[in-house]
Design a protein around this ligand. Structure first.
Ligand SMILES: Nc1nc(=O)c2c([nH]1)NC[C@@H]1CN(c3ccc(C(=O)N[C@@H](CCC(=O)O)C(=O)O)cc3)CN21
Ligand SMILES: CC(C)C(=O)C(=O)O
Ligand SMILES: [Mg+2]
Length: 280
């Protein structure tokens, strides 16, 4: 299993880091079997699992439930859990408590915080000091979709790009062990990757980051919504499952299922007496 130390060594050795999300035990098991370096229990759960159109409605209880399931399914993989909407911006004690619960009750090995606000910087410092590895997340931060005007590419202009570079450096200085860059120009992601010593993991941030992350449902083609441009779909699970369900329905209607091998039997004498019992 990776640690924050081995992940940093991967950056130094130019070994790419492959991260994917998981939300439940079988999803975590299959991702672990596939050889993923680390699992993100993303608040994208709100969208791909719970059917919301943003990550804003996701609660700490949701994240705890998903994290526990993921840990049971993937016992040998480093697990990072998103701190959900606004919880990093409460009073410091409440924000610390959220991370405390994700680590102790959820069993996560690290937490992820969106943005570079003063609150996030202070929280990153205090959590790191207390022994909680913190992953940063810059660029498109979906919890801010309502102030960003939706899920748009970020930091295309010089001023915003320079600010993002500064934010990444500040996160590193505050103790972040890795940084996710979401939906930013590839040239900017490359600069950030060169300028910080911690692993940079991209999603929609081009090929020059230290690693990549994708949402499980996007990667395996089990999504129901819009598929962002940065996604590569490696399977078409939705179609496969839909075909299986359709065949099941057909079999039930026609009587082709269940067959004898799916059926339990009792002794024929006992069955005969039951029949008489019903008649008398
Ligand atoms: N299924 C899924 N995949 C994700 O990658 C994901 C989630 N959900 N939920 C949380 C966030 C939201 N994300 C998103 C969602 C949509 C776009 C998107 O449609 N972007 C446009 C770019 C628009 C522009 O040009 O500015 C695109 O076409 O890719 C991007 C990131 C990434 N995360
Ligand atoms: C898209 C990734 C980085 C994420 O934060 C999530 O899945 O919630
Ligand atoms: Mg997230």
């Amino acid at each position: 299993m990776h640690t924050t130390v081995t992940l940093k060594a991967m950056k130094e050795n130019n070994e790419k880091i492959a991260m994917m999300t998981a939300y439940d035990a079988p999803g975590a098991a299959v991702v672990e079997t596939g050889g993923i370096d680390l699992i993100l229990v993303g608040d994208s759960a709100g969208m791909v699992i719970h059917g919301y159109d943003s990550t804003v409605p996701v609660t700490l209880e949701d994240m705890l439930l998903h994290t526990r399931a993921v840990r049971r399914g993937a016992k040998d993989t480093f697990v990072v859990t998103d701190i959900p909407f606004l919880l990093a911006h409460m009073d410091i004690a409440e924000s610390m408590r959220a991370a405390y619960r994700v680590m102790q009750e959820g069993g996560a090995h690290a937490i992820k915080l969106e943005g570079a606000s003063q609150e996030v910087m202070q929280l990153t410092e205090r959590l790191t000091a207390g022994g909680v590895p913190v992953m940063g997340h810059l660029g498109l931060t979906p919890q801010h979709a309502n102030v960003l005007g939706g899920f748009k590419v970020q930091a295309k202009e010089e001023e915003a790009a320079r600010q993002l570079l500064k934010d990444a450096e500040a996160l590193e200085a505050a103790g972040a062990f890795a940084i996710v860059l979401e939906c930013i120009p590839a040239q900017l992601a490359e600069q950030v990757t060169k300028h910080v010593s911690v692993p940079v993991i991209g999603i929609g941030a081009g090929a020059h980051t230290d690693g990549q992350v994708l949402v499980f449902h996007d990667a395996v083609g089990f999504g129901t919504g819009h598929v962002p441009k940065f996604v590569k779909t490696y399977a078409n699970i939705y179609e496969t499952v839909a075909e299986a369900v359709e065949t099941y329905v057909t079999d039930v209607k026609s009587g082709a299922f269940p067959e004898k091998k799916h059926t339990f039997q009792m002794n024929e004498d006992v069955a005969g007496r039951l029949y008489k019992g019903v008649e008398s």
